[in-house]
Design a protein around this ligand. Structure first.
Ligand code: E4P
Length: 224
């Protein structure tokens, strides 16, 4: 089954969507944490208490040197949760990923804007690859196409890396990449909400309710 994540630091929304979706965990990035003014030390225990011990969490390094990223990754990995360390797939980041993998730490290569960049991160051993679908689209390129090319490269070369597609502004983008058979996806709260929002749904449910009450008043189905 595809791994489904929420891309947020909003604990209430995580609790809400965990009621109705099979969440594998939560992804964050430095901007998300900064916007929410919530650090990992407060966020992770709260998320773990909502999602349980099997939940997986993603935290990004903020160090700017390869050695700094490696040291930071080790610290993130020591947190008492199922952690995946996010490392930007820059030249420096790829150097860090190679070293971090020698430590046996789970790594996601992030900020992927092209298939070749993601492919290099996969060759360096990244466990997950995060292509930024909407950000690529917003630059006039083809985000879904990048994901398709990257998935093709992974398959062709028998690589173990999994695509965790990220950066969505609408459900069409999400559906298009899921149709490619990617292993994982992270959705922002508004897109997760849109996934089950269709203007015809509530009127249909209301009509069932109206028809039922006209025929059977307050009886439940098994009482009819
Ligand atoms: C995930 O790795 C990214 O941090 C995130 O999904 C980017 O999303 P955005 O383009 O909506 O900021």
């Amino acid at each position: 089954m595809i791994e489904l994540y929420l891309d947020t630091a909003d604990i209430e929304q995580v609790a809400r969507f965990n009621q109705c979706l099979p969440l594998r965990g939560v992804t964050t990035n430095p901007s998300i944490l900064a916007r929410s003014a919530t650090g990992l030390s407060r966020l992770l225990p709260a998320l773990a208490s909502e999602l349980g011990p099997a939940a997986r969490f993603y935290a990004q390094v903020v160090s700017t040197t390869a050695q700094g990223m490696v040291e930071e990754a080790k610290q993130i990995n020591q947190l008492p949760y199922d952690m995946v360390v996010k490392v930007p797939a820059t030249e420096t980041g790829l150097a860090a990923i190679k070293q971090i993998k020698k430590e046996g730490i789970l790594v996601l290569a992030t900020a992927i804007y092209s298939a070749q960049q993601g492919f290099l991160a996969a060759l360096c051993g990244a466990d997950y690859l995060a292509p930024y679908v909407n950000r690529i689209d917003a630059m006039g390129a083809d985000g879904v196409g990048v994901v398709a090319d990257l998935q093709h490269l992974i398959n062709q070369h028998g690589l173990a890396s999994k695509i965790l597609a990220a950066s969505f502004k609408n459900t069409q983008q999400a559906m298009d990449v899921m149709k490619l058979g990617i292993a994982a996806i992270t959705l922002p709260v508004d897109v997760a909400q849109q996934m089950f929002a269709h203007p015809a749904v509530q009127p249909a449910v209301d009509q069932f309710s109206k028809d039922w009450h006209e025929a059977f008043a307050d009886k439940l189905s098994f009482e009819s």
